[in-house]
Design a binder for this molecule. Sequence first.
Ligand code: GAR
Length: 193
Amino acid sequence: MKNLVIFASGSGSNAENIIRYFATKPDFCVKKIYCNVPGAYVLERARQLQVPACVFTREEFRNPDKLLRRLQDEGTDFIVLAGFLWLVPPCITAAYPNRIVNIHPALLPAYGGKGMYEHHVHEAVLAAGEQQSGITIHYVNDRYDSGDIIFQATCPVLPDDTPDTLAARVHELEYQHFPRVIEETVLKSANGE
Ligand code: GAR
């Protein structure tokens, strides 16, 4: 059994999609949602899907020894960042080498880094007049959006796009690919690749 936890900060539509996908996979368990925003809608989704959830504070994240111990005590094999907006502390990235993945709503290395999240990304892509955008799934290290890239997929940017219409198209790509890429990456790491 591979135990996954999801870190999320917001709506959690990817978290829900991932939970539903792995609910049909007997060798995987989404054990818990870790959330840094009290009241985030991802917590309501977790409640409805009957997945345990917890909220942690900035202070706990700055001194992450306890959080790391909790992850390890819960038997966490793999961590998925799905719309999680804080930088993961080095002690956690070091404890989970190539076992933390993030999804970014653009084609890294462009439009990444601190402050580049959600609508900020789509606004920047539109302001630059790009003709395509997409998603990047990558390993997480202790710098924003700079771990090795595992998978990318593209979508067009249309002339009349707004940040919202582009976000919706990018979200569709995320739903289509993220769970499968997580599954493949977990299996690779279990085989020592
Ligand atoms: C997703 O589009 C994800 O790619 C993005 O936040 C959104 C979360 O949506 N992540 C980042 O921007 C990270 N830099 P969700 O809460 O509905 O899954």
